[in-house]
Every structure is written in C-alpha cells, then in structure tokens.
Design a protein around this ligand. Structure first.
Ligand SMILES: Nc1nc2c(ncn2[C@@H]2O[C@H](COP(=O)(O)OP(=O)(O)OP(=O)(O)O)[C@@H](O)[C@H]2O)c(=O)[nH]1
Ligand SMILES: [Mg+2]
Length: 207
C-alpha cells in the first residue's frame, strides 16, 4: 500500500492548544465505508513501550504468511529507547485493515496516543488526551509496566470522570456512551511463574 503512515489527528500546539484534524480522521473512516469497524487505541504512561506494541499489531495485520512473528518489527509508529518523549498528540494509522469475522468483513483502525505523565504535559492536558482516546476508540489498551496498583486505578478513575463530564456536556446531542472496552496490558510482568501468559481466569488476576 502506497504511502501508508500515521496521521496526526490531534496536535498540541506550543501554547497548549489542542487542534483536532477532522479531515484526517474522516479520511480514514471513509476508507472503511459502510463496514463495521473497531478502533484500537493505546494509552498509558510515557516511555512504556506503547508505540512498540502497535508495530506488533501492524506487523500482524500486514502478514503475508504464518511466520509473521519472525519478520522484522516495523518502525511505523515511531518507537525508540531513551528518556525523551517520542509520540506527541494522537496518531491514527492512515489505512484500515480488514479481517473477516463470522462471515462479516470488519475494519480495524489503530491509534497511538501521547504518553501520560511526561515532564512537558500538564495534568489537564493528560486528562484531555486520555478522554479523547476514550471517546474515539472502541477498545482502549491501557499499557502498564510490571503491575497494576492503587494509584493507577485512582488516576484512571479521575480521568474517567473527566471523560464523563465531556460526554455529558450540554452541547453534545443525544446520549453518548463514552467508554470503550478496556484492556489492561502489563509489560515485563514479573510473576510469570505464578500466572500463565495470555488470557486466564479473571479471579486469578494479581491486583
Ligand atoms: N523492558 C521493556 N522495554 C520495552 C518493551 N516494549 C518496548 N520496550 C522498549 O521501550 C522503549 C520505548 O518504546 P516506545 O514504544 O517508543 O514507548 P512509548 O510508550 O511509545 O513512548 P512515548 O511515545 O515517548 O510515550 C523502546 O526502546 C522499546 O524497545 C517491554 O515490553 N519491556
Ligand atoms: Mg510512543
């Protein structure tokens, strides 16, 4: 596919203003057409490997054979090590992917978000990024390192209240359910001797 790339749908200007690029967002939706679609976004703390994960998704959706996992990981949603923040604003992959599920073709969109809690972004800006990610996506992956703890849950609660406030604002027509399905993705999980990898019984989650 020619010129496929992340499109900047949300930009935060130097003076802290949020600019939403509706044309870019709509251009991707138009490629989905009338098919049902799911939009996956990834959110979480800055520098914890979010963009890296989305490149695994890209590699999977672009697969040409069963050995996709051994092919080189792309560098499409830019990822790299170091202390400096990499992703800014919100980026949407320019092309939907299509998969057939239960005989129906569905579009899959991928969205990468600026990390929370870096040293340049205010708490209010973080809340807005998180809320927009909530409002735009059907599945939000919340990326964490090693464990999920009480401060993280408190933060998610706080940001979710913010999302609710936006969704119930007077100037929004109709009733909007702002909350996508949420998947908590824990990286470098240290207790793999105690718990199997992959999905397992909810009651066994080590909270
Ligand atoms: N330890 C560890 N490092 C990882 C993992 N996944 C990615 N990394 C590394 O983490 C670094 C940061 O990856 P990015 O994907 O750029 O992180 P990010 O969360 O998108 O960063 P920002 O866009 O700055 O918020 C890279 O050097 C990755 O190789 C992981 O599961 N464990
Ligand atoms: Mg990133």
């Amino acid at each position: 596919m020619a010129n496929t790339r992340p499109l900047r749908v949300l930009q935060i200007s130097q003076d802290g203003h949020f600019l939403f690029n509706t044309d870019a967002f709509v251009s991707v939706l138009e490629k989905v057409g009338s098919r049902p679609f799911v939009l996956y976004s990834i959110n979480g703390r800055s520098r914890d490997g979010k963009s890296y994960v989305l490149n695994h998704f890209l590699r999977f959706f672009k697969r040409t054979d069963e050995n996709w996992f051994s092919s080189q990981l792309p560098q499409e949603f830019i990822w790299r090590g170091g202390r400096e923040r990499v992703t800014s604003g919100i980026n949407l992959w320019s092309e939907p992917f299509f998969e057939t599920r239960n005989g129906r073709e569905i579009g899959i969109l991928l969205m990468d978000c600026q990390g929370l809690f870096d040293d340049q972004t205010t708490p209010q800006q973080n809340a807005i990024i998180y809320s927009l990610s909530n409002l735009l996506s059907s599945v939000m992956i919340y990326n964490l390192k090693e464990r999920i703890d009480e401060p993280t849950l408190q933060t998610l609660h706080f940001y979710s209240d913010y999302t609710n406030a936006i969704a119930s604002a007077d100037d929004i027509d109709g009733k909007v359910d702002p909350f996508p399905k949420m998947i908590i993705l824990i990286r470098d999980f240290p207790y793999f001797h105690d718990y199997e990898f992959g999905y397992h019984d909810d009651h066994q989650c080590p909270l």
